[in-house]
Write a protein that binds this ligand. Structure first.
Ligand code: GLC
Ligand code: CA
Length: 568
């Protein structure tokens, strides 16, 4: 080996090592103290939400499970996933499919055993993948022993772990409504008081004003952090506190999704005390090595509100979800520009987290698709998700272009939200149908005769196996984008500058030192010509049409086309 190639391979080794480091929090664990963020892994991680019930069924009962997920790790590794967020896997009556937890420190037998979980963590770690859990701490199941104890008597030592109040004028304590419809209060006959539930009746809210509750939640975090999880996605963080005066909420014009009067939410959502709770939880994760991370579920409508969730001293959530981009729900160039610029400029340099899809909302395939160009539009969504500075979060099946498939008959509905809301609101089953692995029975998800939700029609072509074999598939587009993102510092940590040269084209430049990448997305059904900014030399690196055509100064973008190029 001559000197030059020796140094080349040395450099390559160092790069590969450095990349390995950021995707391997454990590798840093021994070396770096928590306060020094050399290359904090979660800034660069590709996070993938697995909805365990629907990912892969290993034991043939029609319900996905942990051994199923372990069996699919190589698929996720090849896609480029660094971190898996598992929706809840804890014992639960499954009223809200795991978001009603009856034991925080065990595994629901439907999903497997603690040994299965430990094996998943170990096998994932071997591949440089971290496991993140869903922390559902706004509420428990009504079957949780804490609540059983709390409801047993007004004098129970756990009475104050939940939110109890006397009724008013023969009805509930006030006019607050549950996010899932109806009053937020449930009369409990045993003691004649009402308990508060922001979600279903079977999900009583914990009382975060009680320090014992906070300590109990901290113990839950430690239990799993000790098992090697890399962090938590905190469910419904904005709902942790309620106004203790329990005054009626103001009525707003219009009706909600259930046809009920809309209420001002400021007494039950995003109270200032939320920050106290987040600081407490952050201290717990920070006491562990390896930069463990807290992601938060929030649907906030301004960058200022989102900024606050990082904490005044950046001591709260590292990655609150930025939903302003992913839920625009139409291809609007100005709205996309705004959301991308806000994330880059208005979060005080904190790391944004972009999300388009999850288990609660119709898939982006349908929210952004126009019914004709859905595949091309899905490529745009993928490109935007993977070429801004934000940490990208994907939801299973998004990479395949799985459509939303709501139930067609009320008797098939699983999500209680769909049963109460039928037929206007069909619930969330449509975005939870089983993952489509191949074109065999049940799309390779399960060998059961009947699966918990039916596999969506269309799986014969939209599935992992056929898409891997097709170079032009959405899945291969995702794989190329992820690989490109990981190989280019301008993409994974560069600055962002939105360019406005054509009202139909979303365009931005990402740059870090001399590395520059320009991203062009045609948001229209007509071809567009985009003149590249002067003074630089461009080379196409990835384009959604099969030709990544060269070095011309004006890029011809086909309808809904994407063009990504390097600039020097
Ligand atoms: C979050 C979850 C959702 C659940 C709700 C109540 O929004 O993502 O699935 O129903 O919280 O826990
Ligand atoms: Ca199973």
């Amino acid at each position: 080996m001559n000197r030059q190639s020796f140094f080349k391979s040395l450099c390559l080794c160092a790069t590969v090592l450095a990349m390995g480091l950021y995707s391997l929090p454990y590798a840093q664990a021994a070396a770096a103290p928590v306060s020094v963020p050399p290359a904090v892994w979660w800034r660069h991680a590709v996070i993938y939400e697995v909805y365990p019930r629907s990912f892969q069924d290993a034991n043939g009962d029609g319900i996905g499970d942990l051994r199923g997920i372990t069996a699919r790790l190589d698929y996720l590794k090849a896609l480029g996933v660094d971190t898996i967020w598992l929706s809840p896997i804890f014992p639960s009556p499954q009223v809200d499919f795991g978001y009603d937890i009856s034991n925080y420190t065990a595994i629901d037998p439907q999903y497997g055993t603690m040994a299965d979980f430990e094996n998943l963590v170990r096998k994932a770690r071997k591949r440089g993948i971290g496991i993140m859990l869903d922390g559902v701490f706004n509420h428990t199941s009504d079957q949780h022993p804490w609540f059983q104890d709390s409801r047993s008597a007004k004098t129970s030592p756990k009475r104050d772990w939940y939110i109890w109040a006397d009724g008013r004028d023969g009805g509930p304590p006030n006019n607050w409504r549950s996010g899932f419809g109806g009053s937020a209060w449930q009369l409990d006959l045993k003691t004649g008081q009402y308990y508060y539930h922001a979600f279903y009746v079977q999900q009583p809210d914990l009382n975060w004003r009680n320090p014992q509750v906070v300590h109990a939640v901290e113990d839950v975090l430690r239990f799993w952090l000790d098992k090697g999880v890399v962090g938590f996605r905190l469910d419904a963080v904005l709902k942790y506190y309620e106004d203790p005066t329990l005054k009626d909420a103001k009525t707003l014009p219009g009706v909600n999704a259930f046809g009920q009067p809309r209420l001002d939410q400021s007494q039950m959502t995003n109270l200032p005390e939320v920050h106290d709770a987040l600081r407490d939880l952050r201290k717990v994760v920070d006491s562990y090595p390896g930069h463990r991370v807290l992601i938060g579920e929030d649907y906030l409508d301004t960058p200022e509100k989102l900024r606050a969730l990082y904490g005044a001293k950046n001591d709260e959530l590292q990655l609150p979800m930025d939903m302003q981009l992913g839920f625009i729900n139409s291809l609007s160039v100005p709205k996309f520009e705004r959301a991308i610029a806000d994330a880059a400029d208005k979060l005080d340099g904190n790391q944004p987290l972009f999300v388009f899809d999850n288990h609660d909302k119709p898939r982006s395939w349908d929210r952004y698709g126009d019914g004709v160009h859905n595949l091309a539009i899905a490529r745009i969504i993928a490109a935007v998700l993977l070429t801004t500075r934000a940490t990208p979060l994907l939801y299973e099946g998004q990479e395949l272009g799985m459509p939303t498939t709501p139930p067609t008959r009320r008797e098939d509905v699983q999500d209680p939200l769909g049963r109460t809301g039928w037929p206007q609101n069909k619930g969330r089953d449509g975005e939870r149908t089983p993952m489509q692995w191949n074109n065999s029975a049940n799309a390779g998800f399960s060998t059961a005769r009947k699966t918990w939700l039916s596999v969506a029609p269309g799986f014969q072509t939209v599935n992992v196996k056929s898409e891997l074999a097709d170079p032009d598939s959405l899945l291969n587009w995702y794989r190329r984008l992820i690989a490109l993102r990981k190989s280019n510092p301008a993409l994974y940590e560069g600055d962002t500058r939105v360019l406005h040269n054509n009202e139909n084209v979303l365009a931005y430049m990402r740059s870090r030192a001399n590395a520059r990448v320009i991203v062009l997305c045609n948001f229209s059904a007509l071809p567009q010509a985009y003149p590249l900014p002067d003074g630089l030399v461009y080379r196409c690196t990835l384009a959604s049409t099969s030709t990544c055509s060269g070095s011309s100064r004006v890029i011809d973008l086909p309808p809904f086309g994407v063009w990504i190029g390097e600039a020097r």
